[in-house]
Ligand binder design. Structure first.
Ligand code: BDR
Ligand code: CA
Length: 314
C-alpha cells in the first residue's frame, strides 16, 4: 500500500523537483497539493502547483489555496533572486487551465485527515502556516495524522535566511512553534542534512537526457536556481532541500536521527531559529514538548542517485 501524503508547498524550483520526485515514486500516493507563501506569493504558488500537475499529466490531483500571510504578520516577500520572478527560474509558463478547489488549504487538510484517520502523512516544504491553521481549525488532527515530515529548520547547522534561521521557519516562526509543539510525530529534515546533499553539475546534466516532460521541466528551471547557489555557496551545482523530505518518506534509512524537543525563536536576531534541547537538563520552556525526529546525518550521494533514478523512470 503506498503511503498517502499531502504536500504543502511554495513552488519554487526545489519544491517542483520534490513534487515530481513524489509523483514518480510508487511508495507514495499524492492526495493533494496545498499552497503557501514563501518562495513566491501564495497566488503564484497556487498557479505553479496547477501548472506542475498539468506538466505531470496529473490533473486529477486537487490543489487548495492556502494562507497569504504568516500567523502574526505580513509575508515579508518572495525571493526572485533564488527562484525567479515566476518561482520557476524565469521561464514564464502559460496560465493553468484548472482552478484550485473551493476549500482552503487548512480546510482540505482537516477534511482529508478526518476521512482517512491514521493514514496520511503531511509533508510541508514551505512555511508552516497552513499546518498551524489546520491545527487551530481542528486540534484533533494531531491524533488523525500518521506523521508530519517537513523540510525546514536547522538544529545544529547555521541558517540560510539569516545566520540563525532557515527560510521556511523564518517566514512563520509562530506557526512552526505550534507545529513542533503539537502532540504528533514530527520529523524535521532541515539544513543539518540538506546542505550535505549535493547535486553536482554532472547530476544536473543527466536530467536533460531522461526524455520525459518532468525531467525536461526540471532542466529548464534549474539554471537560475543553480546560479544563486554558485554565487552564494562554495560549490558547483545545488544543495537539495525539499526533495530530501521526499527521500526520507521513501528511504528513511538514508538518514540518522536524534530525538529532541524543539522551540522556535520568535524575537530579534534569533527569530526563526529552531532550538533543540540537546543538553542533560531540559529547561522549563522545552518541558512537556514532544520529541521531534531531527535528521542529523544523511547519505547524500545515495539520495541524489535515488531522485535521479525515479525521474529517469518518469
Ligand atoms: C527552503 O526554503 C525555500 O527556498 C526552499 O523551497 C526550501 O523549502 C530551504 O531553506
Ligand atoms: Ca519550499
Amino acid at each position: 500500500m503506498p503511503r498517502k501524503i499531502i504536500i504543502d508547498t511554495d513552488p519554487g524550483v526545489d519544491d517542483t523537483m520534490a513534487i515530481f520526485f513524489a509523483l514518480c515514486s510508487p511508495e507514495l500516493e499524492l492526495l493533494g497539493l496545498t499552497t503557501v507563501f514563501g518562495n513566491v506569493h501564495t497566488k503564484l504558488a497556487t498557479k505553479n502547483a496547477l501548472r506542475l500537475l498539468e506538466i505531470a499529466g496529473r490533473t486529477d490531483i486537487p490543489v487548495a489555496h492556502g494562507a497569504d500571510d504568516a500567523l502574526t504578520g505580513d509575508f515579508e516577500g518572495p525571493v526572485p533572486f533564488v527562484h525567479g520572478e515566476d518561482g520557476q527560474g524565469d521561464i514564464f509558463l502559460p496560465d493553468p487551465a484548472r482552478a484550485p478547489i473551493d476549500l482552503s488549504a487548512a480546510q482540505f487538510i482537516v477534511e482529508q485527515l478526518r476521512a482517512n484517520p491514521g493514514e496520511i502523512t503531511l509533508v510541508p516544504i514551505g512555511p508552516l502556516t497552513n499546518i498551524a491553521l489546520a491545527l487551530r481549525l481542528e486540534p484533533r488532527i494531531a491524533g488523525w495524522v500518521d506523521e508530519v515530515v517537513l523540510m525546514g529548520g536547522n538544529a545544529l547547522a547555521p541558517g540560510n535566511a539569516s545566520p540563525a534561521a532557515e527560510a521556511n521557519i523564518r517566514n512563520d516562526p509562530e506557526a512552526a512553534d505550534l507545529v513542533f509543539g503539537a502532540d504528533w510525530q514530527v520529523t524535521m529534515v532541515g539544513l543539518d542534512v540538506t546542505l550535505r546533499v549535493h547535486m553536482k553539475p554532472e547530476h544536473i546534466a543527466e536530467y536533460a537526457t531522461h526524455g520525459n516532460p518532468l525531467s525536461a521541466h526540471i532542466t529548464r528551471i534549474l539554471p537560475h536556481y543553480r546560479n544563486y547557489f554558485e554565487a552564494n555557496y562554495d560549490a558547483e551545482g545545488i544543495y537539495v532541500h525539499d526533495s530530501s523530505a521526499i527521500a526520507y518518506l521513501i528511504e528513511p534509512d538514508l538518514f540518522t536521527l536524534r530525538r529532541w524537543p524543539i522551540r522556535v525563536g520568535a524575537l530579534g536576531l534569533g527569530r526563526g531559529k529552531t532550538w533543540p534541547a540537546t543538553g542533560g537538563r531540559i529547561p522549563p520552556e522545552w518541558e512537556s514538548r514532544p520529541l521531534v525526529n531531527v535528521c542529523v546525518g544523511v547519505d547524500g550521494e545515495r539520495l541524489v542517485a535515488l531522485e535521479a533514478e525515479r525521474l529517469r523512470g518518469a
